[in-house]
Design a protein. Sequence first.
Length: 75
Amino acid sequence: MYPYRQQGSGGLLIPIPLPGGGGQGYPGFPSQGYGGGINDRLDRLERQYERLDRKIDRLERKVERLERQLGYYNN
């Protein structure tokens, strides 16, 4: 992910490469070296995965509840 800087009031977003690239692999920069960006990104992705997993569980329970209310049983 790139940090963005807004130019003027037109809403144009321009990506700004960071030194080290946060693991993005810009030529001329070391692949890591921006404050452990890879680990932070992995932590965020793991939390996002857990949130989505819980959301799927809630939706599955909601579907089962609706199926019971409608008398539809999927064996």
